[in-house]
Design a protein around this ligand. Structure first.
Ligand code: 3PG
Length: 381
């Protein structure tokens, strides 16, 4: 696979697919490791005097985090100047791309605002038609989106010169050495579709929205949280059908025995059996943490994906931080993935070197571990 070193990018127009998808709190984008790491690739291209156009996404349609990339440009600009263009592939974007000078950078708006992002094979796909002819090189530096057959991931490499960026290169190199034999899987987060792929005889500790969803699939009534899950968990297609499918795969899955909620602005814990039905669940409780930490101590290899609770809120980071601390102290090889976990490791200054590999990627990494081919990587081969 070609890398940036195979191309002379000086004065060339580069279409850089980055992943700067980050947490959103009350409409505000939280500065993430993904943004910080992407800024390093941008700086490298800038130094080489390329003309850089960044294409990226934020969230998913219908969800609270589906917003424009205006704030991301501001956050990236803390590291290197990035101008935001409120357009993806229309006249405004084309005009701005045409005016770019060497060493300058623009960030186009959320690529998922454009319907054709989801139709990579469509004839006259507007993203491919309008953008491909403008660029000299497409660079995929978004490993965490490589499991998606989306135009910005699989469409461009079929149409033009392409290569992987330094972040994808580093992820692939680290993953070559990984062995997941006899692995303990700790699966959290809000994207259960990928998690379900690992529920095949593996020992799994479920947490986060995924853990709650396992409980609900098994018939537990979590009251208010049932609705919250339905609205916030990312499932393609029918939610009820997905729950039925999940129910059949829960044999080796341990689920939380207690939860933390927000009461009078502070953390309060309840056992699952007395769980009051009117609260939104924010974290796993002390009992679950203790139980899961014991399992981590015994494990030969550990993979954790997705947070155990609302990890960006300090009151509810305890579950995620405690599990990560236990993983860092364990003797087993560990692989930790996803934007929330890499952010938590940085924020709480956990010893990064004590983990086998910390990936910026959640779902893509999981698919990779499950032995699936990643369409984004295949398209570049
Ligand atoms: C992620 O957050 O895992 C990546 O940015 C991919 O996002 P997606 O799951 O919404 O495609």
């Amino acid at each position: 696979m070609k890398t940036l070193n195979d191309f002379d990018v000086k004065d060339k127009l580069i279409l850089l697919r980055a992943d700067i998808n980050s947490d959103v709190s009350k409409g505000k984008i939280i500065l993430s490791e993904r943004i910080i790491e992407a800024s390093k690739t941008i700086l490298e291209l800038k130094k080489k005097k390329a003309k850089i156009v960044i294409l990226a996404h934020q969230g998913n349609s219908g969800k609270r985090d589906f917003v424009s990339l205006k704030q991301h440009a501001k956050l990236l600009s803390k590291y290197t100047r990035v101008k935001f263009i409120e357009d993806v592939c229309g006249e405004k974007a084309i005009r701005a791309i045409g005016k770019l000078r060497s060493g300058e950078v623009i960030l186009l708006d959320n690529v998922r605002f454009v319907e054709d992002e989801f139709n990579p094979g469509k004839k006259n796909n507007v993203l491919l038609k309008n953008l491909s002819p403008l660029f000299d090189l497409y660079v995929n530096d978004a490993f965490s989106v490589c499991h998606r057959d989306h135009t910005s991931i699989t469409g461009f490499p079929k149409n033009m010169d392409s290569c992987i960026g330094p972040l994808v290169e580093a992820e692939l190199k680290a993953l070559e050495k990984v062995s997941m034999k006899n692995c303990l899987y700790i699966l959290g987060g809000a994207k259960p579709e990928s998690n379900i792929k690992l529920l095949k005889g593996n020992k799994v500790l479920a947490c986060g929205l995924f853990g709650q969803m396992c409980l609900v699939a098994n018939g537990k009534d979590l009251g208010y949280q049932n609705r919250y899950l339905e609205d916030n968990v990312l499932v393609k297609g029918d939610y009820k059908k997905f729950k039925k499918k999940l129910k059949k795969k829960l044999k080796n899955v341990e689920t939380p025995i207690d939860f933390a909620v927000i009461k009078d602005s502070s953390r309060k814990e309840f056992l699952l059996k007395d769980f009051p039905l009117e609260y939104e669940i924010e974290d796993i409780g002390e009992g679950t943490i203790k139980k899961y930490v014991e399992e981590i101590k015994k494990a030969k290899a550990i993979y954790m994906k997705g947070p155990a609770g609302s990890s960006s809120d300090e009151r509810f980071a305890k579950g995620t931080v405690s599990l990560l601390k236990a993983i860092a102290s364990s003797k087993g090889f560990s692989l930790v993935g996803g934007g929330h976990l890499s952010d938590t490791i940085e924020k709480y200054k956990l010893p990064k070197k004590r983990f086998g590999h910390v990936s910026l990627s959640g779902g893509a990494l999981l698919n990779y571990i499950a032995g699936e081919r990643l369409p984004g990587i295949e398209a570049l081969r």
